[in-house]
Design a protein around this ligand. Structure first.
Ligand code: RRO
Length: 310
């Protein structure tokens, strides 16, 4: 018998699949539709101290190969998501809260409030939002990332995770992993956020397709699967004490199986969830289970990190 069930940070997940933060998790209605789906868990939209309306529209566009977005961190403010987390029934499925403060002090204030609420909610600290004009991604500045993790680890007394941008150079994998490995409280690493500051062009209109930042935005979907797999595997190899959550380019059971082979413990779905809706989780669970059965694996834990090299 094959099971999709797994444990992560001491909690049981009926399926390794859930939404990538930002996708269908803005408000209670969207979060409740994830709750009602066949996802194994759910994560709330990255939050800031105060609510934000985000960047002007159009700010998300799907293309034949994926998506480009420059949402600009629209969210209802951390209090809204903390209230949702307080009301959540954790016996139904685990819940993650994504936190993306605009400053170190904001992150400290938010994680302190989450800590004081003493919930089973799991924090995913977003170090990689590519779309707030004038705010570079923290995880592309290793000193800033080190300062952020030192401060958050000192304030927040529970294990938490970090949402990382893609890296494209072995030296950067080494440096990022070295910083993350300084912090035992960083229990998991989510790889990857969107591939930032790409440009999609409509040749008929001779125009960009999204309004913010002169059309520059983060890529998701098919464009990013191999980059996501490389980042999952790079951190899986370099951070043996930590778990990796795979995110990027998942729209089939085969893609999930690739993320598991590369070293992912759980797998998030972004663009494909946005396009197909929460019904995608039942399809993906069935596709993944069929692959595990065909290959004779009893659980996803047997697959994790099993990738062979030549
Ligand atoms: O809201 C966004 O524009 C956004 C965020 Br915070 C993020 O982390 N990744 C992304 O692709 N978009």
């Amino acid at each position: 018998m094959t099971t999709l069930s797994t444990t992560f940070l001491g909690q049981t997940f009926a399926s390794p699949l859930f939404n990538a933060s930002g996708v269908r998790c803005f408000d209670k209605d969207e979060l409740n539709s994830l709750l009602a789906s066949a996802s194994g868990s759910l994560v709330t939209k990255s939050c800031t101290r105060e609510a934000r309306t985000g960047n002007p529209e159009p700010r998300y566009v799907a293309t034949p190969l994926g998506s480009i977005n420059s949402m600009g961190l629209p969210n209802k403010g951390y209090g809204y998501y903390l209230d949702y987390a307080k009301a959540h029934d954790y016996s139904k499925k685990p819940l993650f809260m994504s936190v993306a403060g605009l400053s170190l002090d904001d992150n400290i204030a938010m994680v302190a409030a989450i800590r004081d609420a003493a919930l089973p909610a799991i924090v995913e600290l977003n170090l990689s939002c590519p779309n707030v004009p004038g705010k570079p991604q923290i995880a592309y500045d290793f000193d800033a990332m080190d300062r952020m993790l030192a401060a958050v680890s000192a304030e927040y007394d529970r294990p938490f995770g970090v949402k990382m941008p893609p890296y494209f150079d072995i030296a950067h994998f080494d440096l990022a992993a070295e910083v993350l490995n300084r912090y035992p409280a960083v229990a998991f690493i989510t790889c990857i956020n969107s591939v930032g500051n790409a440009l999609v062009i409509d040749i008929e209109r001779e125009e960009v397709v999204i309004k913010p930042k002169d059309g520059f935005g983060g890529l998701g979907g098919d464009y990013v699967l191999p980059t996501a797999l490389a980042n999952v595997n790079a951190f899986h190899r370099r951070c043996p004490e930590k778990r990796v959550i795979g995110c990027g380019g998942v729209r089939s059971g085969e893609h999930i199986f690739m993320h598991l082979l590369a070293g992912a413990s759980l797998v998030q779905v972004g663009t494909a969830l946005q396009e197909e809706g929460p019904g995608i989780f039942a399809r993906l669970n069935a596709e993944l289970a069929a692959i595990l059965e065909r290959k004779g694996y009893a659980s996803i834990d047997e697959v994790r990190g099993r990738l062979k090299t030549l």
